[in-house]
Design a protein around this ligand. Structure first.
Ligand code: GUN
Length: 167
């Protein structure tokens, strides 16, 4: 789709390992020392980071989790269906978009430690969002699991996990 290629070029986005395209737009110069962070963090982290994230209809964002709460901001395109799985295995779905009368929210917060995945609602289209985290993002805090591993954790969510994992 030409519009997607144009946005990727205009915003200088790169492929993201979880699916879609991204660019980090902000990383605070200030750092939080490890001894001020929760024990699950290994090393220091920036105060906060922010990315552009472009998801396309062909390329959903697979189930993954990070330690931080992640704040999603909707900018343009088709709405997103965001799936969350809490640690006790409760699956929920949330619409991120700007059509308030359809129950879409322009901002959404994914709690730290929850598994989550996102898909664009429309066919042959895209969604451009922002994702802000604090403490700042590190791939050390990022976890992807295989379909089989997630099914062992949440056997009652077989269909959801099959749809939202690549392998
Ligand atoms: N930086 C690189 N990948 C990510 C991500 O998945 N989320 C956030 N918030 N920042 C990132």
């Amino acid at each position: 789709m030409d519009a997607i290629k144009t946005i990727v070029e205009q915003l200088d986005l790169k492929p993201h390992p979880e699916g879609g395209y991204f660019k980090e737009t902000y990383r605070s110069t200030g750092c939080i020392k490890q001894d001020s962070l929760d024990t699950e963090y290994k090393g220091q982290r920036n105060y906060s980071t922010c990315i552009y994230f472009l998801l396309t209809s062909e390329n959903f964002s697979a189930l993954h989790r990070i330690k931080q709460d992640e704040i999603w901001h909707f900018y343009q395109g088709s709405p997103i269906r965001l799936h969350m799985i809490s640690n006790d295995g409760i699956h929920s779905e949330h619409l991120i978009g700007n059509n308030l009368s359809k129950g879409e929210a322009p901002q959404f917060v994914v709690p730290g430690g929850y598994w989550f995945a996102a898909e664009v609602l429309g066919k042959d289209t895209y969604a451009l969002v922002g994702c802000t985290v604090s403490p700042g993002f590190s791939f050390e805090d990022f976890e992807l699991k295989s379909r089989q591993e997630l099914m062992e954790l949440f056997p009652h969510l077989e269909n959801t996990i099959t749809k939202l994992t690549h392998h």
